[in-house]
Design a protein around this ligand. Sequence first.
Ligand code: UTP
Length: 229
Amino acid sequence: METIVISIGGSIITSEDIDPLFLKKLSKLLVDLTREHRIFLVVGGGNIARKYIELGRKIGLDEKNLDKIGIASTRFNAQFLTMILDKSNKDEIPEKIDDAIELSKKHDIIVMGGTTPGHSTDMVGAELAEKTKADLFIIATNVDGIYDKDPRHYKNVKKFKEIKIDDLIKIVGGTDWKKAGSNVIVDGPACEIIRRSKIKTYVINGKNIDALETLIREHKLIDGTEIKI
Ligand code: UTP
């Protein structure tokens, strides 16, 4: 039985153009996969987090409180996902990595959000992957992989089929946490864990169900970026 950790961007679950059919397909795939895989899903805060963080920052809340608001949004998204995922930890969203691992003795799919201030859910996913010695860590986000520049803001961008972790760390501006709601492809603290524990990590578009399925079932990347250690 392989262990798979997926860090799924909140925007994949809650963006304005989200298709309910997509969520049904995703949930069916994840449930099917539990025959051969133990699955941990760490959900981001998406636009709910960003809206509250933006508002709170304008009002003058400090960074720690902004992170806490972000964490609450991730847990809200996690709770929603458990409602549409059979075999998951309904109504019991773990707040710590160890609690998630403990809960995985009772459920085939564990869904959680953030843990503590100072990083994004990418780092929670990386920590879970490290502690569970996961076979794969997948960052399922709203772009098709890692680019040299943010493809949502620049033209003439180059997408990497693979990238060395040290080059990725340069692109994201180091391994420090920047600020609440910061929007980098993989957050710095997560990169640090991926580097130290040599987790097999891929970045793909979370809306590409075929890419997700092929990666998990065959360890084959049909679209996205492999992070090389
Ligand atoms: P996300 O993990 O959603 O950030 O957490 P993100 O990557 O910007 O969002 P997605 O991937 O598009 O969904 C939202 C915010 O919540 C706080 C941080 O401020 C983060 O930016 N947070 C989250 C924490 O402080 N700790 C956590 O463990 C998780």
